[in-house]
Design a binder for this molecule. Structure first.
Ligand code: SAM
Ligand code: SF4
Length: 475
């Protein structure tokens, strides 16, 4: 989708996820309805939020379109995590603004973290933006659109302690019909010193466990075969029923979703090393349909830097958690997020990061260089004193180490047979399927008569090239 959109050609993909700038739409025609166009940036949570926004707009008489030229309302769901992410959004806004000059009646709205961070400043800086909506105010969108149609600026950036959008059934946009996200909590209370999320997404709150299970059941009934439970820190999920008779933690939630049906696969993201418990690990081990894959960001291999980051664990704690994972779930893969060049990072700290990649053997990592975010504890307390040149060099060393370790990891899969969920055609050929094993490795394999997307098949891994495994169906 990203590569098909000519207006996106100038935007640099800075975040290491394939779907930045994805235009979300669905195939049913939106004829007769007012049309909205929505682009999403940043983390999976934002993509999931765009589906909630689409559902709210659907209720207000809007239908989605993939063509911004015909849209009455253009929305951009934004990310503030690094400066580059915000630069991308500003670039996109210049393109939307050109369109608005030709078609003044079109409304432009900025949603998500940048809306929350910059608030009314965004309306002043980006003169042609009509609507600014923070992550907890999406229900107000129809009202804000009406206001903007009347010539006023529509802004709502109030954060909430309760909003979880539990009752809203997300409109699954641009979906392959097989895998879907379910948002289980919002916000974050962790206060990692580098991170803007607690300020843009507010306090942590967990969604009603029953509504999560109901959403999983509904997705399965509609043909979906995999759900990813989403939260900034899923291990601190904690829901209490309104009469306070029931308490559900993350391990118990995982179990409830796993019991929907053994044919629905469950993934989750993101886990926090300080909070992931053995109870969670034993639950993963107990149910075959809970995938043996944990995204467990370490951020740095140096205990000194981890303390400055306020991650509340050190290198030894992280290593102990990894050992427990391997003991309880022997074939579990682990992936990570890593930041290079955090404030005061020395060559020795950097080598600690390189050595932990080698020790854990992450299957893959999202790797970034530190970007100071205004208002965060790190910006207030520490000097951003590692030069861009050094950050860049260290990042490329981290990327190179991870590439090497990832390749070795993939080589170990050659000769193994895995249960794979077919997600659709491979990127390169409609003669091939793509699908992932429990360990979250993508495998491409030739199609075989009688199998369709949504089926589970046993796949023998024949070879590996950089990044992808190739296989063949054996059952
Ligand atoms: N909640 C998740 C966690 O704690 O692992 C991740 C949330 S954040 C959206 C995704 C990743 O962005 C983080 O894990 C971190 O590696 C990276 N990140 C966050 N703030 C950053 C910053 N100021 N500079 C560079 N990378 C950053
Ligand atoms: Fe940011 Fe830390 Fe919360 Fe993740 S856990 S969202 S890095 S504050």
């Amino acid at each position: 989708m990203y590569d098909d959109n000519v207006t996106l050609l100038g935007v640099k993909k800075e975040i290491n996820e394939a779907n930045q700038g994805e235009v979300l739409y669905y195939d049913q025609p939106a004829d007769g309805l007012k049309k909205f166009y929505i682009e999403s940036y940043g983390c999976a949570m934002n993509f999931s939020d765009s589906e909630i926004v689409a559902s709210i707009l659907g209720g207000a008489g809007f239908g989605p379109t993939r063509d911004m030229e015909v849209a009455d309302l253009i929305l951009i769901n934004t990310c503030s995590i690094r400066e580059k992410a915000e630069d991308n959004v500003r670039q996109r806004l210049t393109i939307f603004n050109k369109l608005k000059r030709q078609k003044p009646e079109v409304l432009i709205g900025v949603l998500g973290c940048m809306a929350e961070r910059l608030k009314s400043k965004l309306l002043e800086q980006e003169k042609l933006v009509d609507i600014v909506v923070g992550p907890d105010a999406y229900r107000d969108l129809p009202n804000l659109v009406a206001k903007a149609n009347d010539g006023d600026k529509g802004i709502n950036v109030l954060l909430s302690r309760e909003e979880t959008y539990a009752d809203i059934s997300p409109l699954r946009l641009d979906s392959n019909g097989i895998v879907a996200y379910i948002s289980i909590m919002r916000g974050c209370d962790n206060m990692c010193s580098f991170c803007v999320v607690p300020y843009t997404r507010g306090r942590e709150r967990s969604r009603d466990a029953y509504s999560i299970v109901a959403e999983a059941q509904d997705l399965f009934d509609r043909g979906f075969r995999e759900v990813t439970l989403l939260g900034q820190n899923v291990d601190s999920y904690k829901w209490t029923s309104p009469d306070e008779s029931e308490h559900v933690n993350f391990a118990q939630l995982l179990e409830r979703v796993a019991l929907v049906t053994p044919d629905l696969r469950i993934r989750f993201s993101t886990s926090h090393p300080k909070d992931i418990t053995d109870e969670v690990l034993y639950t993963i081990a107990k149910y075959e349909n809970i995938c043996n894959y944990i995204h467990l960001p370490i951020q740095s291999g140096s205990s000194r830097i981890l303390a400055m980051m306020n991650r509340t664990y050190d290198r030894a704690w992280y290593m102990e958690r990894v050992e427990s994972i391997h003991k309880i779930i022997p074939d579990c893969t682990i992936s990570s997020d890593i930041i290079s060049g955090f404030c005061s990072e020395t060559e020795e700290d950097h080598q600690d990061t390189i050595s932990i990649i080698e020790w854990v053997k992450f299957s893959m990592s999202y790797m970034y260089s530190y970007s100071e975010r205004p208002g965060t504890p790190a910006a207030k307390k520490y000097a951003d004193d590692v030069s861009e040149e050094i950050k860049k060099r260290r990042l490329s060393e981290i990327v190179e180490k991870q590439r090497h370790i990832g390749h070795l990891h993939n080589q170990k899969d050659v000769g193994q047979t895995y249960k794979v969920l077919i997600e659709g055609d491979s990127k390169k050929s409609n003669q091939e399927f793509k699908g992932r094993n429990s360990q979250n490795k993508m495998i491409n394999f030739p199609k075989k008569e009688g199998f369709v997307a949504g089926d589970y098949v046993m796949v023998y891994v024949v070879s590996t090239t950089s990044g992808t495994l190739r296989g063949e169906i054996v059952v």
